[in-house]
Design a protein around this ligand. Structure first.
Ligand SMILES: [Fe+2]
Length: 199
């Protein structure tokens, strides 16, 4: 965990819920003075209070600790809005179907913003044996390599993790795939939109 709940976060969330310090205190069985102390940085709520405090403020403990209110803006999730996260320390790849607060190795990770594939990171897709055969001409050394390829439709994400010394290639079920992604450990995330297929 990067940080513990801070007074300014408690105050902001309490005020947004239109609660007084006394009202918040009553909900979690502490004194108004205790809440006042937390908000002015003269103390922290005990760890046993984090859950009741989060509940009283209508957020999750993770949101309370991160100081961010995460709104689920896509209840009918479309996988094409998936976000990829890569940990720069351990190389972990994390996929979220919507907005999320992701942390790995103690670092809060930003969602990767894909670029259109460039000549060095050209993503080629051909149909072979009823699958997409996806390949790239890209170094696959320990220092510089494609660490995953992914095929995304509105319903699913197919993700192939790659490692140095392998070929930069993968096979994906065609289904309704609309976009292909490739992640280079040096240059970041690239995407191509597939042309519409006739059925
Ligand atoms: Fe690269």
């Amino acid at each position: 965990m990067d940080n513990y709940v801070t007074g300014s976060v408690i105050r902001r969330l309490r005020e947004s819920k239109k609660l007084t310090q006394e009202e918040l205190a009553a909900k979690i069985a502490v004194s108004g003075k205790a809440v006042s102390k937390w908000e002015t940085g003269q103390g922290f709520p005990d760890i046993s209070l984090l859950e009741p405090l989060a509940r009283a403020l209508d957020i999750s403990v993770i949101e309370l600790l991160s100081g961010e209110d995460i709104q689920n803006r896509n209840p009918s999730s479309d996988m094409r809005k998936s976000r990829f996260y890569v940990c720069p320390v351990c190389g972990n790849v994390i996929l979220a179907a919507g907005e999320a607060l992701i942390s790995c190795c103690g670092i809060t990770l930003p969602p990767l913003v894909p670029e259109t594939s460039d000549p060095e990171h050209e993503i080629r897709a051909e149909i072979a044996e009823n699958e997409y055969y996806v390949s790239m001409d890209h170094p696959m050394t320990k220092e510089h390599y494609i660490s995953f390829l992914a095929a995304v439709s509105d319903q699913e994400v197919q993700l192939m993790k790659l490692y140095p010394e392998q070929n930069a290639e993968a096979r994906f079920a065609i289904r309704r795939v609309k976009k292909l992604y490739a992640y280079c450990n040096r240059h970041g995330l690239f995407e191509i939109v597939l042309p519409r297929r006739r059925r």
